[in-house]
Ligand binder design. Structure first.
Ligand SMILES: Cc1cc2nc3c(=O)[nH]c(=O)nc-3n(C[C@H](O)[C@H](O)[C@H](O)COP(=O)(O)OP(=O)(O)OC[C@H]3O[C@@H](n4cnc5c(N)ncnc54)[C@H](O)[C@@H]3O)c2cc1C
Length: 319
């Protein structure tokens, strides 16, 4: 059985976890989800639509806060009681902690940062980018259970319909698992769609010149009903929050339209957005690497072109 850790927040299963669930279901194996939390039966039931025939529910008030260690207990209980030869996770801060904790608990091998999982002669083989994402290497496991953590945004959820059987699994938490308590949770206020859900992303780089000029990118994104992203150069410089960084050490996104404003197109940025449907680049340097993989290139100054583009879009959309 392949078990998929179904992370949830605010009453919804996360898109990344549902994507991994869909991938697991496509391998044709016996696939089950596991949802851990407090009052989460309704949340768990959502997984049926996305390919889970069974969902193990570990429902306990002690699992209310999104802390990793109690979830390690929950997953260890499911693996111990129901057996699972493979446990899959979609990367997030929480999922990475849970996966690492479960690997230590079960003395299992954990492959990290995978972008695919295939069957090869009956054996499960993971695909992992290496050497700054310039090559893919095959990775495997020498023992069961096999644990794997997938890069964010790797798979889209597959809505296939159907209902999941919910199976309650009781858990006894270890003493050491309850020592950490959640004091406070902060949520960043954001308007518009998230980077993962947006059909349109407008991204800004160092070519914007100064942090205040991110308003150009924000205005265009708003007019298009899209989300704003940034390169690591501007995130490192403190111009824009890390949560918006796209690339090797940030998020992987695949909108229908990606507009790169003042971005050179370094390989570490490219790997996070090359799956976009149409890539438009605005850069004043005709030799910028981004023009090698953009579908449409505009050679010019972002300060002139972006406001004009925004105006034209506003005329059409009224936003
Ligand atoms: C291990 C590692 C991991 C990394 N991870 C990431 C990552 O996750 N994401 C990421 O983005 N980067 C990452 N980087 C950094 C990456 O190598 C680049 O340095 C970064 O992407 C460059 O950002 P940039 O395009 O904003 O800046 P620059 O490379 O400085 O490019 C700015 C561009 O703006 C153009 N420009 C300047 N002025 C204007 C103007 N007025 N109008 C139009 N165009 C203009 C310039 O011609 C230039 O092409 C990583 C690097 C390493 C080593």
């Amino acid at each position: 059985m392949i078990l998929v850790f179904l992370e949830h927040h605010g009453g919804d299963l996360l898109t990344g976890a549902l994507g991994v669930l869909g991938k697991a279901a496509s391998l044709g194996d016996d696939v089950a989800g596991v949802v851990a939390g407090s009052g989460v039966r309704d949340v768990a039931a959502q997984a049926g639509r996305f390919g889970a025939r069974r969902v193990f529910v570990v429902d306990d008030p002690a699992l209310e806060a999104p802390l990793p260690q109690p979830r390690v207990d929950a997953l260890a209980a499911v693996v111990g009681k129901h057996g699972a030869d493979t446990v899959l996770f979609a990367n997030s801060v929480l999922a990475a902690d849970v996966a690492a904790g479960l690997a230590a608990r079960l003395d299992a091998g954990l492959n990290w940062d995978l972008v695919d999982l295939v069957r090869d002669d009956g054996a499960l083989v993971g695909k992992r980018p290496a050497l700054e994402d310039s090559v893919y290497v095959d990775v495997g496991w020498t023992a069961e259970p096999r644990l794997a953590l997938f890069r964010p945004g790797t798979f889209d959820p597959q809505e296939a319909g159907g209902e999941a059987e919910l199976i309650d699994v009781p858990v006894t938490l270890e003493d050491f698992s309850t020592r950490a308590t959640m004091i406070e949770q902060a949520h960043e206020e954001a308007s518009g769609p998230s980077l993962e859900d947006a059909d349109v992303i407008v991204a800004g780089g160092r070519g914007l010149g100064q942090p205040e000029n991110f308003s150009l990118v924000e205005d265009l994104a708003k007019a298009l009903g899209g989300a704003v992203a940034a390169t690591r150069a501007v995130v490192d410089a403190g111009w824009y929050p890390y949560a918006t960084q796209v690339g090797q050490t940030g998020r992987t996104v695949s909108p229908k339209l990606y507009i790169a404003c003042g971005i050179s197109g370094a390989i570490q940025h490219k790997v996070g957005m090359q799956g976009s449907g149409t890539i438009v680049a605005i850069n004043k340097d005709p030799n910028a690497p981004i023009f090698e993989f953009a579908d449409l290139g505009v050679v010019g100054d972002v300060h002139e072109i972006v406001p004009k583009l925004t105006e034209l879009v506003r005329e059409r959309t009224g936003r």
